[in-house]
Design a protein around this ligand. Structure first.
Ligand code: UGA
Length: 450
């Protein structure tokens, strides 16, 4: 463990443009490190929450960090880009979601933020892009920045934080990557960022590269993680036909340092606002560059992942029979992963929706994501606890591995259901204990008796 970070030698004045997931955490972290930070956010609801120390999403520890840094006077939020004129370092942190109905990244927010930023930029300023972008975006923005203000410099500084671990990933990252164009102006800008990040790079490498490499590190990292998950999920299917156990397989593989155990948890697959859209945007960009062939494998990574959702629906139908109309099914989990209230491309919610469309009486519960899930899928029934979800259910599906669900006591929980059937789609329960308590227990990629 590293100790608390030392404040920077001199207080930098920083603006953070776009205070969604990435920006809110980045702004609070830089203020915590002793800098003066101006967060610029155009969404009125989000802005109001942030100004009152309330993050617009659930992230462990973030509300406390916001409250502390707001109270210190080092952090403020505004909708007015003019306030960013006081800063000499500007971080662009807006989202680049998937374009509706198309695999490419939607750069509308980036475009708008950049244009607004150009109105306040002054000589000597450093602009650091953190948003995930298609390779080739940064040089184009750098040209426009130089045209607007010849003595301002663009750097590209991708972000690798995970939801649920965002503060730790920001304060104690594995690495910091900064991309730049060659030249003296970039050297000066790099020195500015090096100093700003000095408290966190004391314990991790700061890797300085060209623009294209910086842009690619981010999408390549997410593509690799997605591939690792789909690889183990493909192995899970093999384990089922061969009578092997994918959890033990992953453990044995993971002992090899070259492979590692992380991101080898087989189950319902990946979702969220990053991995799925990033691999699609990456494939699309490669195609634009005339290099689609090297990334064709990502199509299969995507397909393997989406098949996990169909597989779980199929397992339920095999279990309960095709006539699902009116059959009560308890769904534990709506968030795309635990410790998050994010339901973007959530595998859990996708399964719940499919079963609902088949006529099942689906009751969904989640410790944090009910509100956001209800907005996206209003037709589903939501309840506050696993016990309420399980009431009279003919099957329980564990789709997001929250600690609350992993710790359920099988005998007591069994009193609520109509039939003791549980599908552990995240392979996170002690199957033997559940079977001992009279449950028919099923999971993915493990040859266990039902
Ligand atoms: C991901 C990356 O992990 C971050 O490094 C990156 O900065 C971020 O995207 C981003 O691009 O901003 P995140 O989307 O928060 O972070 O979620 P992950 O922890 O990567 O999990 C993604 C999905 O994979 C979840 O649905 C999770 O349940 C699933 N997963 C993860 C598995 O199915 N198996 C595993 O072994 C691990």
């Amino acid at each position: 463990m590293t100790g608390p970070a030392a404040p920077p030698a001199e207080q930098a004045v920083v603006s953070v443009i776009g205070c969604g997931y990435l920006g809110a955490v980045h702004a609070a972290a830089l203020a915590k490190l002793g800098n003066l930070v101006i967060g610029v956010e155009t969404d009125p609801e989000r802005l109001m929450g942030l100004a009152n120390g309330k993050a617009p999403f659930f992230e462990p520890g973030l509300d406390e960090m916001l409250a502390e840094t707001l109270a210190s006077g080092r952090l403020s939020f505004t909708a007015d880009i003019a306030a960013a004129a006081d800063a000499t370092i500007h971080f662009i942190c807006v989202g680049t979601p998937q374009t509706a109905g198309h695999p490419a990244a939607d750069l509308t927010y980036l475009e708008a933020a950049f244009e607004r930023l150009l109105t306040v930029i002054k000589p000597g300023d450093v602009v650091a892009g953190k948003s995930t972008v298609p390779v080739g975006t940064a040089p184009e923005l750098a040209e426009r920045l130089t045209a607007a203000c010849p003595e301002a410099t663009l750097l590209w500084n991708p972000e690798f934080l995970r939801e649920g671990h965002a503060i730790d990933d920001t304060m104690r990252p594995d690495r910091v990557v900064v991309g730049s164009a060659p030249g003296a102006a970039a050297d000066r800008a790099l020195a500015v960022l090096r100093e700003l990040y000095a408290p966190i790079t004391a314990d991790c490498p700061l890797i300085e590269v060209d623009f294209a490499t910086a842009e690619l590190v981010k999408v390549a990292a997410n593509a690799f993680l997605a591939t690792k998950i789909s690889f183990i999920n493909a192995m899970a299917d093999l384990c089922e036909v061969a009578g092997a156990d994918v959890v033990k397989l992953a453990d044995a593989l993971g002992h090899d340092d070259r492979i590692g155990r992380k991101f080898l948890n087989a189950g319902l697959g990946f979702g969220g606002g990053c991995l799925p859209k990033d691999i699609r945007a990456f494939m699309h960009r490669a195609m634009e560059l005339g290099a689609d062939q090297p990334l064709l494998f990502l199509r299969e990574v995507d397909a393997i992942n989406l098949r996990r959702r169909d597989k779980v629906v199929r397992m339920v139908r095999e279990w309960l029979g095709d006539a699902l109309v009116g059959r009560r099914i308890a769904v534990l989990g709506a968030a795309f992963k635990p410790d998050s209230d994010d339901i973007r491309d959530s595998p859990a919610l996708a399964v719940a929706e499919s079963l609902h469309l088949l006529g099942a009486d689906v009751r969904v519960t989640d410790p944090r994501a009910i509100e956001s899930a209800r907005k996206q899928s209003p037709a589903l029934s939501y309840v506050a606890s696993p016990q309420e979800a399980a009431e009279d259910a003919e099957a329980v599906l564990l789709l997001t591995e929250w600690a609350e669900f992993r710790e359920l006591e099988p005998s007591r929980f069994g009193e609520f259901v109509a039939s003791r059937r549980i599908l552990d789609a995240r392979n996170c329960l002690d199957g033997a204990a559940w079977r001992k308590a009279g449950w028919e227990y099923r999971c993915l990629g493990r040859a266990v008796e039902g």
